[in-house]
Design a protein around this ligand. Structure first.
Ligand code: ADP
Ligand code: ZN
Ligand code: ZN
Length: 735
């Protein structure tokens, strides 16, 4: 009956770089709406990316859509962003779009949203105080303490305190301690911390950035920890939100998105709607927050890397905190770097972007300080700590080649910890986890436990007496005898957090010690608990890995001890020293943030290594410039652009055949790109798969991209490529 058929171009979550045609008789379909369509024998969610009245498909083969959802899930700006990412990272458009959409939407039937509430204490609760709660009610206490801290918490934050938060909130409600409000009401009341007036440096930074009058400009804000970067962000956001309807996006590393940070922002923006987007939200919460952003209702969005794709109709400013953080790079699927995508987005929407950090990535450092012709980034600095009387910690290296080390500890470090215990101050013992897990070693034949499926060593878990592979999860009993020579003298090498804990317990039996690593703090809940315990001084010594190195203030912490980091000094990964430096700088920043003075002890056999010289003088600049010279000499990033092709299969010959074909093809495609031979990565075998990879390198991004256009389509068609799993990683961070 209808002669006007609309052909919808639909992007689907399938690994094919094309869109699919479907017909509909729906007259008002819009780009960005999502649809359910038949695909083979399945039903799939797709997104309309084009509407046409013609198709190359024969009419009897053209299928109809099954359902059209009224919600438009992205606008033109987001579409531009998806197209850019799809092209730049050479990832199919459909998969690009669908990886950026909240997963709740992708379930075939979305239900109406439940109402959201914010909880806070009643005046009665504040008057009575946490001490009047029954002594055993630890969860109640924790919730009340967190509410005192944050003034107001939403369900996600409460869940991060305890999984049984609902029951506790009910109890507190019955006691008359809690009141709740619907989210997005504008009558919230916060206990306002005094707002500092900006110091001269901060003012200068603020003025520089606001001078650009809200047009595109990219700024690197290089400021030491505690120099007041966050305060500057807050002022910039206030300024941006003076414009009617304006929205601001704040990107932070997952680990930094704490209730503390959230409440700091909430208390300063009490008249605005602020939402968070991160992986600890439920799918429903995520969808609600995302919709508030997309509809323009939420003015401030604080989120982790994926939120860079959130549609925001009135986006006026982007802030990236800790721009150097490796978690901004997605390591699977669409391998984007949120910082780079954010810069593209800022440019395309003609708005400013501010990237703050104490240890810029070398790429950003280069863009802000080195390029001779028009600098890519504006360069701004904050050189001193914002709080008066708080100074940077003193950093000392302990030469372990010259001192007797007992189970990983030099006497100097032990004395320093004892001194802190006497003064009732806290210590943090930091272990660089990468490569430092203990492995089992045979004293007579040098046998070590290895994983059969991965080319990695098995890690000793002393408490459970088991050996585990940290890559594939393989788990076995710790042998009592060497499987190779029968010797019973097997001992764990290297320093794992568990061993360090045992050693410290021997040295300081009276101390309250807490060990934090991925095994002991899987949940945000546990991590949050830890911060409260540190704050209330229930812990004397904290042992931890890089997850502790940033984001949190421990006011009673005055000593940081860094155990063995020397492997990272001589790692084959060219970014290892950059990472080590920023990690040590961050972890040093944990000491002495409040009024007590901080000290950092680094145990190393190479105390004269330039990295430590730079750390001692807190001289990132000198260190970065030296590293840049090395990179220039070696023709590495940021002086060259890199692409990694990774392949794996059960049989190595398949991998090598494919990579050799890929290499030859790439060599034929361009003379401006260097194509390296396929090599095995450090982890040659993973989960039973043989792996190899090859690197492309060029000093011209354009030439490299041009090659990739042809090369990736060629690889997608390759018959050898069907036998292996392969991915292309543009601007890889890890090799
Ligand atoms: P960063 O983000 O650089 O680590 P913050 O913005 O968190 O620094 O500031 C560190 C501390 O200094 C915070 O407690 C903050 O409230 C305080 N602060 C920031 N700016 C000022 C200022 N201008 N005057 C006084 N205190 C300040
Ligand atoms: Zn042996
Ligand atoms: Zn394994």
């Amino acid at each position: 009956m209808t002669d006007v058929l609309h052909i919808l171009k639909v992007a689907l979550d399938v690994p094919l770089d094309r869109v699919f045609d479907y017909k509909t008789d729906h007259p008002n379909t819009q780009i960005g709406q999502y649809v359910v369509v038949p695909f083979g024998a399945r039903k799939m969610i797709g997104v309309v990316v084009g509407i046409s009245d013609t198709t190359a498909i024969e009419s009897n083969k053209l299928k109809s859509i099954i359902r059209l959802d009224p919600e438009v899930i992205f606008d033109e700006q987001s579409f531009k962003l998806f197209q850019f990412c799809s092209q730049y990272y050479h990832y199919p458009l459909g998969q690009t779009i669908l990886s950026a959409v909240p997963s709740r939407l992708k379930k075939l039937n979305t239900k109406a949203m439940a109402k959201k509430y914010l909880y806070r204490l009643t005046p009665k609760a504040i008057e009575l105080g946490v001490d009047t709660l029954p002594p055993r009610q630890t969860i109640l206490k924790r919730i009340v303490m967190s509410l005192i801290d944050a003034t107001e918490l939403d369900e996600a934050s409460l869940r991060s305190i305890s999984s049984t938060w609902k029951k506790s909130i009910e109890t507190l409600g019955e006691m008359g301690w809690i009141e709740k409000n619907e989210v997005a009401l504008d009558d919230k009341v916060y206990t306002q911390a005094p707002i500092p007036s900006l110091n001269d440096e901060q003012k200068k930074v603020f003025d520089e950035i606001t001078k650009t009058n809200q047009a595109f400009a990219a700024w690197l804000l290089y400021g030491i920890t505690g120099s007041g970067k966050t305060e500057v962000y807050i002022r910039l956001i206030e300024e941006a939100l003076k414009k009617e309807h304006a929205q601001v996006l704040v990107l932070v590393p997952e680990i930094n998105l704490t209730p503390q940070l959230e409440s700091r922002f909430r208390s300063r923006f009490e008249n605005y709607t602020l939402v968070t987007l991160h992986s600890h939200l439920t799918d429903n919460e995520r969808l609600t927050h995302w919709r508030l952003a997309k509809e323009g209702t939420a003015q401030i969005i604080i989120g982790t890397r994926l939120s860079v794709f959130t549609p925001m109709p009135h986006l006026s400013l982007i802030i990236i905190d800790e721009e150097h953080d490796a978690s901004f790079k997605q390591q699977e699927g669409l391998r984007y770097h949120a910082r780079d995508v954010a810069i593209f987005r800022a440019k395309s929407e003609n708005i400013p972007i501010v990237m703050g950090t104490a240890t810029p990535s070398l790429e950003s450092w280069f863009n802000a300080t080195k390029t001779k012709d028009a600098k890519k980034f504006g360069f701004l600095t904050l050189t001193s700590r914002a709080v008066e009387d708080s100074t940077l910690p003193e950093i000392k290296c302990i030469d372990i080649s010259k001192s007797t080390v007992t189970k990983g500890f030099s006497p100097y470090l032990i004395d320093a910890i004892r001194d802190r215990l006497n003064k009732k101050e806290q210590s943090l013992i930091f272990i660089n986890r990468r490569g430092f897990a203990p492995v089992l070693l045979c004293a007579s034949c040098q046998w070590t436990g290895r994983c059969n499926r991965c080319s990695s060593r098995l890690v000793v878990h002393l408490n459970q007496k088991r050996l585990r592979c940290h890559h594939c999860g393989h788990d076995e009993k710790m042998p009592l005898q060497c499987p190779s020579c029968g010797n019973t003298d097997l001992y764990p090498t290297g320093l794992g957090t568990q061993r360090v804990e045992e050693t410290l317990k021997e040295f300081f039996p009276e101390a309250r010690i807490l060990r934090v690593d991925r095994d002991s703090t899987k949940t945000k809940e546990a991590l949050n608990d830890l911060f409260l315990k540190m704050k209330s001084r229930e812990i004397d010594i904290l042992i931890g890995t890089q997850m502790l190195s940033k984001g949190h203030d421990f006011p009673h912490l005055s000593l940081v001890g860094v155990l063995d980091t020397d492997q990272a000094l001589y790692s084959p990964d060219f970014r290892a020293s950059e990472r080590l430096f920023s990690q040590l700088m961050q972890v040093s920043g944990r000491a002495g943030r409040a009024q007590i003075e901080g000290e950092v002890y680094i145990q190393t056999a190479f105390p004269n290594h330039p990295i430590f010289e730079a750390l001692k003088t807190h001289d990132y600049e000198h260190f970065a410039n030296e590293l840049l010279k090395e990179r220039e000499f070696a023709e590495l990033s940021p002086f060259a652009f890199l692409v990694l092709l990774k392949a794996e299969a059960h049989q190595l010959t398949h991998v090598m055949q494919f990579l050799n074909e890929a290499m030859t093809k790439a060599q034929n495609l361009s003379t401006h790109v260097t194509v390296y031979n396929p090599v095995r990565p450090i982890m040659e075998r993973l989960k039973g798969m043989e792996r190899a990879q090859l690197v492309l390198q060029s000093n011209s991004r354009v030439a490299l991209q041009k090659l990739l256009d042809d090369w990736v389509s060629y690889l997608r068609e390759s018959r050898l490529g069907q036998k292996v799993k392969w991915v292309v990683d543009v601007d890889p961070l890890e090799f």
